[in-house]
Every structure is written in structure tokens, then in C-alpha cells.
Design a protein around this ligand. Structure first.
Ligand code: INI
Length: 153
């Protein structure tokens, strides 16, 4: 049996981070977690680039431009959408998940590190609080998927 698996080895990988400024206090922690994960797994600082978007709604279009640039092997999309009293949440959250389409359309893996929570407190818990750091987790998924795709070539 031939099994393909992505190793957790980021050396030589070029990673793009796309992060939204909305709910900045949370998203900065996701970015910090993602960068920490990348460094710990051997990604060089010079091989990381970061683009800030206004909100999570804009993540897909910016991720698509980065993917098309040919400069990155994987992208980590980071954001925080907190459910309010309106349907706005549904639209913003659904649009942010369109980064998945960027990945399938371009072949550049995009890890989904966008928090979609009912409360701000839940988001803080997932951004380096008691529920871990989803930015860190997404960065690891980006490394693993980039390695897996390289292995499948
Ligand atoms: N953007 C977010 O990233 N998170 C949110 O919780 C949010 N809410 O609640 O409105 C949000 N809105 C802004 C949106 O992403 C766009 O930037 C804006 O609509 C302009 O296109």
C-alpha cells in the first residue's frame, strides 16, 4: 500500500498569511500563533508574507491574488467573525469560507483559520486562550497540505 502523508516540515516552504483587521485584538493573536507554528516547524522568516484585509469578507479575493502570484506554497487565512443580532454574520462568515474555493481553483492550499463564534469571549478562548490557538492549528494544516501536495506530484 502506498500511503501519502504531509510531513510537519516547513523548511523551504513559502507561506502567505492573509489576516483581517476586523476584531483585530483576536486576529493578532491568531497571526502570532500562526507565525510561531511556522517558525517552530522550520519556515524561514523571509519565506513568510502577511497581507491585512479590512474584514473577513475580503479574505478570499486577497488570498486569490496571493495564490496567483506564484510566491507562496500555501496560504493561511485568519479572521474572526462574531455572531451579532443580524444576518450580517451569516454573509460575512460564508464569504470568508470562499477561501476554500481559492484553494481548489488555484491548487494552492488555503488553511481556514477564521473563527466564527457566538461571542467575543469564545473567540478569545480560541485565539491563545483555554481552547488553544486556531491560528497555530491552521498554520500546521498549511504545512501538512503543502507537503502532501508536493509528495503527490
Ligand atoms: N468582519 C469580520 O471580519 N468580522 C466580523 O465579525 C464582521 N462583522 O461582524 O460585521 C466583519 N464585518 C466587515 C466585513 O468583513 C467587511 O470588511 C465589510 O462588510 C466591507 O466589505
Amino acid at each position: 500500500m502506498r500511503v501519502h502523508e504531509g510531513r510537519y516540515d516547513g523548511s523551504g516552504l513559502r507561506i502567505g498569511l492573509v489576516a483581517s483587521r476586523f476584531n483585530d485584538a483576536v486576529v493578532r493573536r491568531l497571526v502570532d500563533g500562526a507565525v510561531d507554528c511556522l517558525r517552530r516547524h522550520g519556515v524561514a522568516d523571509d519565506d513568510i508574507e502577511l497581507a491585512w484585509t479590512p474584514g473577513a469578507f475580503e479574505l478570499p479575493v486577497v488570498a486569490r491574488r496571493l495564490a496567483a502570484s506564484g510566491r507562496v506554497d500555501a496560504i493561511v487565512a485568519l479572521g474572526c467573525v462574531v455572531r451579532g443580532e443580524t444576518a450580517h454574520f451569516e454573509y460575512v462568515a460564508a464569504q470568508s469560507a470562499e477561501v476554500g474555493r481559492v484553494a481548489t481553483d488555484t491548487g494552492v492550499p488555503v488553511a481556514f483559520g477564521v473563527l466564527t463564534t457566538d461571542t467575543f469571549e469564545q473567540a478569545v478562548d480560541r485565539a491563545g486562550g483555554k481552547a488553544g490557538n486556531k491560528g497555530w492549528d491552521a498554520a500546521l494544516a498549511a504545512i501538512e497540505t503543502a507537503r502532501l501536495l508536493a509528495d503527490l506530484k
